[in-house]
Write a protein that binds this ligand. Structure first.
Ligand code: SF4
Length: 331
């Protein structure tokens, strides 16, 4: 169901019946799933440093659907629609505000761009959600990119396994798998989103040779406690999904009620590192405002340098010395 709520927030409201069924709507603002799709009055509050394009996509737009920000990769905005509109969406300048599906002419333009730019090694296909395109349309896009560059890494950003897992059919997964190397990046934010349907959808992708990574967003009232994040990361690894990033909230208009402080995020990461195996620990990161790029957020492990030692901090805050050895020539 889609209801146009743009006057309130600049982003339409809409949720798939599947994702709505995961929520407890008795007190939606206290529910970690409902909070992700129910518009609320706080969205009307835009702070002076918030914008509708917080990571600066538009500065790097090189043709109708292509953003070339980082030297070795491009972003292709394949579609502006989503099965569920996340209230914390950072791409709200584009999501549901562009011209819908990428056209065949725009696909050819994007393919020509990657053919002419060998420094570009990877194409991130995003939107909106590219899996809102019919399979034939997505197949046309992937075929054009693969024909342009056999060596191109393809990365599909989609929330479908979370908000509408039935979209991942056997046929869709096989079609995507035929374009290897193709990676999928999903966004799962709460352990309640890890259902049997979710497991089946990501399992189909993995079984078709598609590695699946998760980019969670740290959201106040949704997952800003260590028990929830631990359960989320463990559930993902159980489904063969690698926790990749945990993003600090972007400075998108009307999303301040979702943001934690960076200090809170660092404390949560310190706790997760104590509790979790390394493969379940994501990188905590932030996209710097205005397009300055993505940086990891860490408590520095190297506390200081002494003449003969590095002083390193362990997970409990204790300091340890590690030798500053002279560089020795091998041989
Ligand atoms: S699925 Fe992605 S693009 Fe769509 S509303 Fe959610 S965060 Fe934004």
């Amino acid at each position: 169901m889609i209801g146009d709520d743009e006057a309130r927030s600049g982003l339409p409201s809409g949720v798939s019946s599947y994702y709505a069924s995961l929520a407890c709507t008795r007190d939606p603002y206290a529910d970690p799933v409902a909070a992700q799709f129910m518009p609320r009055d706080e969205e009307l509050v835009s702070l002076p440093y918030e914008t509708r394009d917080p990571i600066g996509d538009e500065r790097y737009r090189v043709c109708a659907r292509v953003i070339h920000h980082y030297r070795d990769r491009i972003l292709i905005l394949a579609n502006d629609r989503c099965a569920t509109y996340c209230r914390h969406c950072f791409r709200r300048h584009f999501t549901a505000h562009s011209t819908g599906r990428i056209t065949q002419a725009e696909v050819r333009e994007a393919a020509a761009y990657v053919a002419e730019h060998p420094e570009c090694r990877e194409a991130l296909i995003s939107g909106g959600d590219p899996l809102m395109l019919p399979d034939e349309h997505l197949d046309f896009l992937l075929r054009a990119l693969r024909d342009a560059r056999g060596d191109l890494i393809l990365r599909l950003a989609t929330r479908m396994p979370v908000v509408q897992p039935s979209r991942i059919t056997t046929e869709t997964a096989a079609m995507l798998g035929s374009y290897a190397p193709l990676w999928a990046v999903i966004q799962t934010n709460h352990p309640r989103e890890i259902t049997p349907d979710f497991g089946r959808a990501v399992g189909l992708l993995v079984n078709n040779g598609i590695p699946v990574l998760n980019q969670a967003v740290l959201l106040r009232g949704v997952n800003d406690d260590a028990d929830t994040l631990e359960a989320l990361m463990r559930g993902l690894v159980q489904c063969r999904v690698k926790p990749y990033y945990l993003f600090q909230g972007d400075l998108a208009s009307g999303t301040s009620h979702f943001r934690t402080t960076i200090d809170e995020g660092l404390a949560l990461m310190a706790e997760l590192r104590k509790r979790l195996t390394g493969i379940a620990v994501p990188t905590y990161a932030v996209d710097l405002p205005g397009g300055a790029g993505k940086v990891p957020l860490t408590e520095a492990t190297v506390v200081r340098h002494e003449p003969q030692w590095y002083v390193l901090r362990d997970l409990d805050g204790n300091e340890h010395r590690y030798p500053r050895e002279e560089r020795r020539e091998r041989g």
